[in-house]
Design a protein around this ligand. Structure first.
Ligand SMILES: [Zn+2]
Length: 73
């Protein structure tokens, strides 16, 4: 289990190379951290799948409904 701060830095590629390697190893073995990492990336819109929820290229008339269903967490 790693801290969310560390995982966030990993998602953004801000860890130094040694720490990043250690994190990669850890994520390989730790489903819990992998899930947190996935969620951080989704919340920051770094995954293509996450962008579908925001749908920035949707016509303006749909934005009202889209924002109403937007998950806040
Ligand atoms: Zn972990």
């Amino acid at each position: 289990m790693r801290s969310v701060d560390e995982l966030t830095m990993y998602v953004y590629g801000l860890l130094d190379p040694a720490a990043e390697e250690a994190m990669k190893d850890h994520l390989h073995d730790c489903a819990e951290c992998s899930e947190i990492r996935r969620r951080i990336a989704a919340e920051h819109g770094l995954f293509k799948g996450a962008l579908k929820r925001e749908s920035p290229e949707m016509p303006a008339w749909t934005s009202d409904g889209a924002s109403r269903h937007r998950r806040r967490s």
